[in-house]
Design a binder for this molecule. Sequence first.
Ligand code: FE
Length: 345
Amino acid sequence: MSARYAPPAAILAALALAACGPQPDEAGEINLFTARHYASDAAVYAAFTEETGIRVNVLEAPADQLIERMRAEGARSQADVVITVDAGRLWRADQAGLFQPAPELADVLESVPANLRHPDGHWFGFASRVRVVVYAPDRADGSRINDFLDLADDHWRGRVCARSSNNVYNQSLLAGLIDAAGPEQAETWAAGVAANLARPPQGGDTDQIRAVAAGECDVAIVNHYYLARLQRTSDPADRAVADAVEMAFPSLAGRGAPFNVSGAGLAANAPNRDNALAFLTFLLSETGQRQFAELTNEFPVIAGAAYDNEVLDSYPEITPDPVNVNVLGENAAAAQRIFDRVGWP
Ligand code: FE
């Protein structure tokens, strides 16, 4: 964990200097707590600093660690902005009281689809991703993967790779299915997929794609950008992995493809509130939206945002599940209980 955010002593020193007159650093700073694990995010922070002069102190750690730390520090927390991936975690952070509403952002947030943000503006999605199925076209028939429900069919016995059920991406997928199809059908589905696994769950999303390419399984459940990254890399070995597979965009119980978000919110005790608001606004700016589409292969949330990414452009028209992603957090505990009951490790 790279703890680089300024300790209170440094902030006091900066304030003392500021009192002596204009300083080169007068635009100030923000303390960003982020659970994103994508190295290219540094370019986004640099672009923000370039545009505003505001320095970004980054504390990067797994979401649960960030939540625990902010909880423990309470009103003493120096966090200004919290970023994480997956609405399930944003919901958890919100339940822990780590966000505050930002009425100043109301107009900006109007441009984010209502189902991709908290109903009362505690957090919002600034980029989106879709959970998909990657398959080996020489061994798996893509026309049999129209809905995630299909993966529970006997047809896929011993052929499915999926990561562990304690991963938030799968929890949110099942949480969405609970909403779309009801808890009983969701449990039947989870049991069916658990029975179809080619191997005990292991590794992250990229490892599932590699396993399909290597012939360990024929289909795998992953987020779209992990394959997009392999498709756009200059590494020939990774390109070969990408070339060996295809991607399907199945619906979730007929309701549309299961989208999720990378999201951000204003920390409950933000010491640099105005700078934090500037940063949150930047995430939704033309530059911010372009960077997420180009650097992490995520979808912009702002309609019509411009970007240059031939892989995203190659996708067919995808109909999204219209569920409010907040529901994914609400159903997360029920989803975990189902995974435990059906023996999806
Ligand atoms: Fe990810």
